[in-house]
Design a protein around this ligand. Structure first.
Ligand SMILES: Nc1nc2c(ncn2[C@@H]2O[C@H](COP(=O)(O)OP(=O)(O)O)[C@@H](O)[C@H]2O)c(=O)[nH]1
Ligand SMILES: [Mg+2]
Length: 198
C-alpha cells in the first residue's frame, strides 16, 4: 500500500468557481459536526493539524481541498447537524452541498462518518440519501470505536446497517484515531478509488 508522500492544503471553497478543475480524482469526507472528521483526516494524513479539529460550530461552512502527491484530492466537506445554527446557515450548507455533489465528475468516493456509538440521525439518513441520489459510491466509517467494547460495537454496527438499509456488500469500517483502528482499511479503499482508470 502506498501512503502519500506529500499532503498539502490547497484551498477553501465556498463557491463552485473555486473548486479545482484539473480533473484529478477526489475523495470526500462528510459527517455531522463533532463526529471525528478532522481527527480522521489528520490520522489518515499522519499530520497533527492538517484539518482543524474542534472548530467553532457552524463556522466552517466551506469545502477544504487537500492535494495529495499532486495526484488526487482529499476533500473535507462542511459538517452538518448542529441544532443551534440559524436557518440561513443550514440553507447555505444545503446549497453548497448540492452544488458540489451534482457537478463533480471527479468525485470517486464519499467517506460518510457515523459515530459508532449512536444510531444514525435524520440528518445522517438525509446525507446518505443525498449521496445515493447523486450515485456517489460511499464508504461508511464508524468513528470512535475505541469507546465501545467489542460486543457493543458489533451490536451498534448491526443497528447501523439496519437503519441505513445497507446491502450485505456495503462496507462499514470501524475507526478510531485513538487506537489507529481502521486507518489502513480506509486508505486501502481510498487508494483503490483514486487509481488511474484506463
Ligand atoms: N475517543 C475518541 N475520540 C475521538 C475520536 N475521533 C475524534 N474524537 C474526539 O471527538 C471530538 C470531535 O472531533 P473532531 O475531529 O474535531 O470532529 P469534527 O467536528 O467531525 O471534525 C474531539 O474531541 C476529538 O478528540 C476517536 O476515534 N476516539
Ligand atoms: Mg472538523
Amino acid at each position: 500500500m502506498m501512503r502519500p508522500v506529500s499532503a498539502q492544503f490547497l484551498r477553501s471553497a465556498m463557491d463552485p468557481a473555486h473548486f479545482p478543475r484539473d480533473g484529478k480524482p477526489e475523495i470526500a469526507f462528510i459527517g455531522r459536526s463533532n463526529v471525528g472528521k478532522s481527527s480522521l483526516l489528520n490520522a489518515l494524513l499522519g499530520r497533527q493539524e492538517m484539518a482543524r479539529t474542534s472548530s467553532t460550530p457552524g463556522k466552517t461552512q466551506c469545502i477544504n481541498f487537500f492535494d495529495i502527491d499532486r495526484r488526487y484530492y482529499l476533500v473535507d466537506l462542511p459538517g452538518y447537524g448542529f441544532a443551534k445554527v440559524p436557518k440561513s446557515v443550514k440553507d447555505a450548507w444545503n446549497r453548497l452541498m448540492h452544488q458540489y455533489l451534482t457537478d463533480r465528475e471527479t468525485l470517486r468516493l464519499a467517506v460518510l462518518l457515523l459515530d459508532a456509538r449512536h444510531a444514525p440521525s435524520e440528518a445522517d439518513l438525509g446525507m446518505l440519501g443525498m449521496l445515493e441520489d447523486n450515485a456517489v459510491p460511499t464508504l461508511i466509517a464508524a468513528t470512535k470505536s475505541d469507546k465501545l467494547s467489542n460486543n457493543q460495537l458489533q451490536n451498534s454496527l448491526r443497528t447501523m446497517r439496519k437503519s441505513l438499509d445497507l446491502d450485505a456488500e456495503a462496507l462499514v469500517v470501524p475507526c478510531s484515531t485513538v487506537t489507529g483502528r481502521g486507518i489502513k482499511e480506509v486508505w486501502q479503499v481510498v487508494l483503490e478509488q483514486v487509481a488511474p482508470r484506463g
